[in-house]
Design a protein around this ligand. Structure first.
Ligand code: SD4
Length: 330
């Protein structure tokens, strides 16, 4: 190799390393700048979302993971016997058994879920254990209970006196026929963005009150009751699970956001899709309620529901854990 060529190689190696150095510095600056702009947010369904958000916020504001925040958040109503549609104290099925559905999803698209789980106060934590400690994504019924017990969860009676009395009253008139109305079920769905810009979500419920034993709703079904895409956003659902499942509702909302829609607009379009299906089936719309809530990667949030009455709680640096009435279509 002649001297000129050697010098040229040396020079270009130097230039390349200089460029690489500047590039890495530049990307460091960009990463730091964009990290500074990330404002955490947590949103969740219904009035009990306020208390749940407050718990989640403790983790988010301490730079914790969105995954830990959503789990800790939804555990609040799960453990509260006064909340009669989630966890301990939830209304039973038509056989008088409290059966719980829950799922969780993180920023790596890890998923875990339990369906028709009895006797465990925190199905969300069992769902997380399914996600982290098994090669599977969903366990149901007795298998889910066996797994929970093997993980150290305690077996408890979840049927509180008030729920039992309500069920006995219902049996008198409803002749063992499950009736879906808009009053007898509420689910907590929560989605969050953490300070590292990562998303996660959790959803947990006792499902539709006085349902058939073994009935599983949308809440533990990834894509229906909850969906997270760390590049785009996260969404969760409440309301008539059968209708949400028909359009894989939460996944639909996230895909609409991927196409550029704002969270509120994406939620509205998903509700409209459910309405058009219900109309085709001649289902009376006034007997249905569906609500979606969503956040996007930039920390924007929104919601929409079918009929008046659905609200959601928002906690962010700008919004101090407020309950917001979702816009409705009917
Ligand atoms: C279900 N989607 O089991 C749940 C119930 C619910 O507000 O969210 N109610 O169908």
């Amino acid at each position: 190799m002649n001297t000129n060529r050697r010098q040229f190689i040396k020079l270009s190696a130097f230039a390349t390393s200089l460029f690489a150095f500047n590039k890495s510095k530049a990307s460091e600056v960009i990463t730091n700048a964009s990290k500074e702009q990330i404002k955490p947010i947590v949103i969740s369904t219904w009035r009990f979302g306020v208390e749940a958000n407050a718990e989640a916020w403790k983790i988010l504001s301490n730079k914790g993971r969105a995954l830990d925040a959503v789990e800790a958040g939804v555990k609040i109503p799960e453990a509260d016997p006064k909340e009669r549609s989630v966890g301990y104290g939830g209304r039973p099925d038509r056989d008088g058994r409290v059966t719980l559905d829950a799922c969780i999803m993180d920023d790596y698209a890890n998923i875990g879920s339990v369906g028709c789980l009895e006797h465990i106060v925190h199905p969300i934590s069992v769902a997380r254990a399914v996600m982290e400690k098994t090669p599977h994504t969903m366990l149901v019924g007795e298998g889910a209970l066996d797994f929970a017990l093997s993980q150290g969860f305690k077996k408890e009676n979840l049927l509180v006196k008030e729920s039992e009395e309500e069920w006995k009253e219902w049996l008198k008139t409803s002749k063992y026929k499950p009736i879906a109305n808009i009053e007898n079920h509420d689910t907590i769905g929560m989605v969050a963005l953490d300070m590292n810009g990562n998303l996660s979500g959790a959803c947990t419920t006792s499902g539709m009150a006085f349902k058939m034993h073994g009935r599983i709703g949308d809440s533990p079904i990834i894509g229906a009751g909850l969906f997270v895409d760390n590049e785009v956003g996260a969404a969760t659902a409440t309301g008539h699970g059968e209708e949400v499942m028909r359009i894989v509702g939460s996944h639909t909302v996230v895909e609409l956001m991927r196409q550029g829609l704002a969270p509120e607009e994406a939620c509205r379009k998903a509700v409209e899709r459910i309405i058009s299906i219900a109309k085709r089936k001649n289902k009376p719309l006034d007997e249905l309620q569906i609500g979606f809530i969503a956040i996007n990667k930039k920390g924007g949030h929104g919601a929409y529901c079918l009929q008046k009455g659905f609200n959601y709680a928002v906690y962010s640096p700008e919004i101090n854990n407020q309950l917001i009435d979702a816009k409705h279509i009917l």
